[in-house]
Each structure stands twice: as structure tokens, then as C-alpha cells.
Ligand binder design. Sequence first.
Ligand code: DC
Length: 335
Amino acid sequence: MTVIRGATTISADEPDAIRCAVKELLEQIESRNSLKRDEIVSIVFSSTSDIHSFYPAKAAREAGFASCSLFSAQEPDIDGGLALCIRAMLFVERNFTPRHVYLRGARVLRKDIAQKYNIAIDGPAGSGKSTIAKLLANDLGILYLDTGAMYRACALAALRAGVDISDEAAVILLMRSVCVNVTYEGGVQHTLLGTEDVTGLIREPEVSKAASAISRHESVRMKMAEMQREIAGKMSCVLDGRDIGTFVLPDADFKFFLTASPEVRARRRYDEFAAKGRAVDFEALKRDIIARDEQDSTRAIAPLKKADDAVMIDTSDMTVEEVLAALKNKMQEKI
Ligand code: DC
């Protein structure tokens, strides 16, 4: 069963305006969700208290939605609420990701559709953040910013320059000349060091370790956080990292903290390497992940930590689809 939501407004409380708005809303919901009419089990309408002249359920029946059960109710009068608004909830006998439809000014009911918004997804390595962040961004048609890639690029610059990452002064000096940039090709993030595309190189295990070490330095964090805020300030995006909900965007519209057992996280990384034909030692990988967690969560500045208002999801025993659905449900609840 899938539930699709929709809303629309009318300009005056008149039967024809209600007929027309309800027909348009239901037809839009049908076409945007590729519904067959006989899949609709039931439609529940609610309308604001300034609508009296006609039942939306009757308008639906007249528009040809006659084989499902229909129900209309009136909402209480809420100060500051939308005027002359009709909401619908369709129950459909099939499982899919619904596309909710908001027409004629009712779009303001949907913060995510109507205006710029940011989603913060934090968590340790291998918790599923980047997989979920990418899918969610793609689903919502917004940008995905992988902030870990930016720290990885700084680490690669340090490794190449032979800089001792534990030497604060040397890192400060390095950061004056390091130029990290992100670009997008077909919605896929590319991380640049100067003009060089280092997207593939920064995934090497030694870069992972160095990224965790270099990200402890204030000079690195401040520079990266500023870039991240600038990008998030311009457009809707999903950002994944360690400190997005706590430090980079403490006012993010939606915040999640994903986690999973070290065993599961190491297994996911192991499988990723195996898929690329790379043989790695599972136990060594697990030790690295645990060491990285420890380093990331105990650093003084913006450590890996769940924001108080973030929703925590343990992904250990969940499929990717289940995690994605859980995030989307939580977002729906908040809208
Ligand atoms: O998400 P990742 O594994 O690509 O991140 C690499 C390292 O970068 C991670 O161990 C800690 C650091 N990092 C950070 O400190 N803050 C972020 N927002 C993202 C990553």
C-alpha cells in the first residue's frame, strides 16, 4: 500500500471551483504517479473551514473516481493556516515511492518543494551515509555534497607535499596554497585539487587515514566548512559528513545520524573494494575503521557527534531501500 498526498487551493467557495480544483488535483496525482484508476483503494479529503459549498468527495465522484471509497472532512480553523485549501490522501494498492502533488499556492505547505532546504546526514565511515545521501538527492532532484571528499583532497595534497600532518604549523602553511573545488558532471560530484580531478585517487586507504588526521586541524576545518556553507547557502542540497548537523549547518532543515556496527561497516567497505577487484585484509580494514571513528569522535573541533535534534538510524540490519524509506518518512512527518 502506498499513500500519496496532495493539496490545492480555490479562489472562492463555489461548487464549480471545487469541482475543477479536485479534478485537476486527482488527475495530476494520477499522471505524476502513473496510476491506474482501479489501483486507488480510497481517497480521503479534508478542506479548510472556509469551504462549505460542496463536498470534495462528491467532486471526485463526478470526476470519475467512482470505484474507490471517498470521504470528506472539515479541518478546524487554524490561525495563520492557508485559506480555501483542499487536501487529499490517496491509498493505492501497490508499493512504490509516491510523488506528492501540491498545486495552486498549496506548494507552500511543502517546505521541500517550495523553497531552498538542506539535509544533513552525519555518521561514521561505512554507516551508509554517502549511498543514502546520493539516492535521496537524486530522488529529490537536489545537489549531493560529499564533504568527506573535500577533507580527502586536503589529505592528498599533504601526502604529495610530504607534509607531516601532525605538525599544525606545517598544515596551516599548506592550507594557504591548497585549492579544493567541487564540480558536477551529470549530477556526479568531482573533487578537484587545483585543476586536477582527484575523485578516484582520494579513495585510497592511505588517503582515508590521512583525511581523518588532517581534519583535526582548525585551519583545515574552517576552510572546508566555509566552502560547504557557501554551497548550501545557494541551493538545496544533501550534505554528508561528520559535523554537518552540529557545526556546518546547525540550522539544517532535516538532520540524520546514520550508524552501524563496526563489523557491518567494515564488511561494506570490504565489499566495495572487492567489487573493484581489490584484495584487502578484512581485519585490517575493521581496525582502520575503528581507529578512524576514535580519531574523528575525539578531536577537539567539531567532532563526529549526533546533533541533539538529529534522527538516529542504525542501518546494520537494514537494506538501502529501507534506510531511504525511513529518511523520507521522517521528512514527511516534519513537513
Ligand atoms: O566520509 P569520508 O570517509 O569520506 O571522510 C573522510 C574523513 O574526513 C573522515 O575520517 C573524517 C573527515 N571528515 C570530517 O572531519 N568532517 C566531515 N564533514 C567529513 C569528513
